[in-house]
Ligand binder design. Structure first.
Ligand code: FMN
Length: 191
């Protein structure tokens, strides 16, 4: 059983989180080999409401912890959670994690992944990137995080926004070690 933490921040890109969670929910139902815990930042519900509509807390089917709930299992390395993704990841959250500021459950969980040397995938979204953003992202990459910007690919000839969302989520799942077949892979035949 692979235990995965999904963190959601207040960067634009809530639909990426919704797409990823929907895939993980399907996998849990059909294959049953993953456990998922969700945490989110203070701004995440506001951006979710704007971009996806509705209340993030009502739409997520996985156990979801509040910002200050340090009793969540993945707040400690000893609980053995395997991997974490922060999708989308704001520049504010990147900066806090890069500097070890574990002031919320989300930043604490990321800090735990780094110290335990477990996969931490960050899906930052901002443009343009300032030198401060770039230096924080570099520090995170040096600490072992995978920086996977929300950059859809076009070689699979996407037809819909869902196709674009899936092209990013597919790469995230690859790096979390969750088998997936939701997006075109390079070299795969497609009519
Ligand atoms: C609609 C909306 C879109 C935003 N988009 C981004 C973004 O793409 N990237 C980013 O770094 N911040 C973005 N922000 C700003 C962050 O929400 C803000 O810096 C917040 O303090 C981040 O806090 P958090 O990292 O705890 O979620 C956006 C805010 C709003 C309201």
């Amino acid at each position: 059983m692979k235990k995965i933490v999904v963190g959601i921040t207040g960067a634009s890109g809530a639909p990426y989180a919704r797409t990823l969670l929907s895939f993980l929910a399907d996998r849990q139902k059909t294959v049953g080999d993953i456990e998922v815990g969700v945490c989110y930042s203070q701004t995440a519900p506001e951006v979710w409401q704007l971009e996806c509509g509705g209340d993030l807390r009502e739409q997520i089917t996985f156990p979801t912890w509040g910002m200050r709930d340090f009793k969540a299992p993945f707040a400690s390395g000893s609980a053995g959670w395997h991997a974490m993704v922060i999708i989308p990841c704001s520049m504010g959250t990147c900066g806090r994690i890069a500097h070890g500021i574990s002031d919320t459950l989300l930043t604490r969980a990321a800090d735990v992944m780094i110290k335990e040397k477990r996969p931490l995938v960050l899906v930052p979204r901002e443009t343009p990137l300032s030198v401060i953003h770039l230096e924080n992202l570099t520090a995170l990459a040096r600490a072992g995080a995978t920086i996977m910007p929300a950059m859809p690919s076009f070689y699979g000839k996407p037809q819909t926004i869902d196709d674009l969302l899936r092209s990013v989520c597919a790469r995230v799942l690859d790096h979390l070690g969750v088998p997936q077949d939701i997006s075109h892979k390079w070299g795969e035949n497609k009519s």
